[in-house]
Design a protein around this ligand. Structure first.
Ligand code: 0GY
Length: 297
């Protein structure tokens, strides 16, 4: 049978055989940023998508979770599925309480549908400002969504780049809702960690106690590369040490849009102690913080 979707010609597939991490994650650890893709024959990719990936199914995600030593996942809606969250909700149904979700919705979504999602384990929506992935919408579009999710106690996951933060930080703060920033707002790690660009990000976090940060994706940000990602370490370590109660970490499996090299997920886990250097910080980053944000009710 012909598959419903053919992945992009330059698509890199997730690592088929990651190494076993040397770093043993603490009991109850959460992979707080990962995705599923399809499978496209069952859960079609969105017509408006900007990439067509390989499949990355719920079963493959759970196998990786167990192999790396994590207990739970937070599955984040990938842009290739648009606002059709069926694949993600299917993961939540199968996960027996071991997964929570962050969806993408439109302002006209029915409250009953949001409540159904909440019962399945959804705790947030994602607003994506990265233009190679989506066409960002006007502020009022997002405000309409906020007013619908606020009664559910959800938060907003934001994916942006430094230039977007400069433009949008007042709007983000005006939302008066917990914000979770993907991949540290994608700092340019060739710039100094004490420089104005990263300082703007730290000031954003200092000024709003409702902001959380995923210190994830060294593989996306690094020029020095694996296994140590030394150029990213100072950025992530600074955030972990200044905001130990507001940081999260995730693999980002199945790693959409990697153009040169697919990371080894075991090596990504081994990176964690270089940015959270004590057992106390590791416990907060991997266990306490994600459980507080995603499993408190
Ligand atoms: C990530 C990063 C990327 C993609 C997406 O939803 C997505 O398509 O988030 C990216 O290409 O930087 O967090 O998965």
């Amino acid at each position: 049978m012909t598959p419903a979707f053919v992945k992009d010609a330059d698509w890199l597939d997730w690592h088929p055989n990651p190494s076993k991490p040397k770093f043993v994650v603490p009991a109850g650890a959460v992979d707080a940023h990962c995705h599923v893709f399809g499978p496209g024959d069952i859960f079609p990719f969105a017509p408006e998508r900007k990439y067509t990936p390989c499949d990355a199914s719920w079963g493959q995600l759970f196998a990786l979770r167990d192999f790396l030593g994590f207990e739970k996942n937070v599955v984040v809606q990938a842009t290739c599925h648009g606002s059709d969250n069926s694949a993600l909700l299917d993961v939540l149904e199968r996960a027996q309480g071991k997964a929570r979700g962050v969806v993408t919705v439109k302002p006209d979504i029915a409250v009953a549908e949001l409540e159904r999602m909440h019962a399945l384990g959804v705790r947030g929506v994602r607003f994506n400002y990265v233009k190679r992935l989506v066409d960002p919408k006007p502020d009022d579009y997002y405000r309409g969504i906020i007013e619908k999710i606020r009664p559910l106690g959800w938060h907003v996951v934001l994916y942006f780049e430094p230039s977007d933060l400069e433009e949008k930080k007042e709007f983000f703060n005006s939302l008066n809702i917990p914000l979770v920033i993907d991949h540290m707002g994608r700092p340019d790690v060739t710039k100094p960690v004490e420089g104005p660009e990263f300082e703007m990000f730290l000031d954003f976090m200092r000024g709003n106690p409702k902001i959380w940060c995923k210190v994830s994706c060294p593989d996306r940000l690094s020029l020095s590369g694996s296994p140590l990602y030394t150029d990213v370490v100072p950025f992530a370590k600074t955030i972990v040490e200044e905001f130990p109660d507001r940081v999260l970490w995730g693999t980002d499996w199945p790693h959409p849009n990697m153009k040169k090299e697919m990371p080894d997920d075991g090596i990504l886990v081994d990176y964690v102690p270089s940015i959270a250097t004590t057992p106390e910080l590791q416990q907060k980053l991997l266990v306490t913080n994600p459980n507080n944000l995603y499993w408190s009710d």
